[in-house]
Design a protein around this ligand. Structure first.
Ligand SMILES: Cc1cc2nc3c(=O)[nH]c(=O)nc-3n(C[C@H](O)[C@H](O)[C@H](O)COP(=O)(O)OP(=O)(O)OC[C@H]3O[C@@H](n4cnc5c(N)ncnc54)[C@H](O)[C@@H]3O)c2cc1C
Length: 301
């Protein structure tokens, strides 16, 4: 079977592309590791138009409900591993099979950056995690550390002050980044301590994490913590994209029509070189990509 379109990813970009493709009656599938992407990791969302406040998981439910209304075929828990041309068509090899389509939208978003220090791999999911929304409740009443100083770290810290005994924010630069509103909330919270100019050197533990090593003002220190939340930024999920052109950060290069360098291959959302990474932007880009894929299909028919 050759589909009209394959969409890789079901975050805001992929789901919105799916809603638009369904409404254009395109014959398509969505291939995705999960439903919701990064939005599901977000605690409080206050900037998605139409919702003055909504949690990440609730917004994902709304997105999914909207997409499922159109009986979209979603290949969930399936990872795209390779994208290649097959004549005028595109083939996508996945962890479970191979699919062919006349067009493709890559909406695979971003994944957490690793610290790269001793103990990180060993204690992953044994007290060290990359998702405060998912794992925060496991650390009720405990001392935890959030590593990072941008919006993701601030979001994690604000979620954790409600659950944990105390939250240390370990920031490598001399002051916190991110949005002023979030920064002020963290700095004003008695349950949070911000340690600037601090570089993480190791994660310590026995069976589970019991602390982190940091270097501050030339001195090594150990901070006791039973939970470590790594929030140091994200990398684009584009390694499977084959000949699709990327920039030096690994983001897929697109033009204003969401076209890549390969005819019929479009990209949308955080995986692209569009400068701002937000839910509303990813959703908008997903709709643009689907409308362009529809025009492309009409042109080649
Ligand atoms: C903690 C946190 C808080 C945030 N808070 C806000 C906020 O308050 N407001 C806001 O506007 N934005 C916020 N953001 C940013 C926002 O979540 C992202 O900009 C948005 O989710 C990007 O959407 P996307 O669809 O492009 O990618 P993602 O959300 O990253 O979705 C990518 C999708 O692709 C799938 N995927 C990845 N690789 C593959 C593969 N190889 N094969 C198959 N599927 C794959 C994933 O499973 C996922 O479904 C936050 C981000 C984080 C991390």
């Amino acid at each position: 079977m050759v589909y009209d379109l394959i969409i890789i990813g079901a975050g805001p970009a992929g789901i919105t592309a799916a809603v638009y493709a369904a409404r254009k009656r395109m014959n398509f599938i969505v291939i995705t590791n999960d439903i919701g992407g990064q939005t599901g990791w977000s605690g409080e969302i206050e900037n998605y138009t139409g919702y003055q406040f909504i949690t990440g998981p609730d917004l994902v439910n709304k997105f999914e409900e909207h997409m499922r209304q159109y009986n979209v075929i979603v290949k969930e828990n399936e990872q795209a591993e390779e994208v290649k041309r097959a004549g005028d068509n595109i083939k996508v090899k996945t962890s479970k099979g191979e699919y062919e389509a006349k067009s493709l939208i890559i909406a695979s978003g971003k994944v957490s950056r690793q610290l790269g220090v001793p103990g990180e791999k060993e204690f992953k999911n044994k007290g060290l995690t990359y998702c405060a929304t998912c794992d925060g409740p496991l650390f009720s009443g405990k001392n935890v550390a959030v590593i990072g100083g941008g919006n993701s770290a601030l979001d994690a810290a604000l979620q954790l002050v409600k659950i944990a005994k105390h939250v240390y924010v370990i920031n490598i630069t001399s002051s916190l980044g991110g949005d002023a509103v979030m920064r002020e909330k963290v700095e004003a919270n008695d349950k949070a301590t911000v340690l600037n100019d601090s570089q993480v050197t190791a994660i310590y533990g026995d069976k589970f994490v019991n602390g982190i090593g940091i270097k501050r003002a030339g001195k090594e220190e150990k901070i006791a913590a039973e939970g470590v939340f790594v929030e140091i930024g994200l990398l684009p999920n584009s390694s499977f994209a084959g000949e699709v052109e990327r920039n030096e950060r690994g983001e897929i290069k697109i033009n204003v029509k969401n076209e890549t360098n390969i005819p019929g291959v479009f990209a949308a959302g955080d995986v692209t070189d569009v400068p701002d990474k937000q839910i509303v932007i990813a959703a908008g880009e997903g709709s643009k990509a689907a409308l362009q894929a529809f025009k492309y299909l009409n042109k080649i028919r």
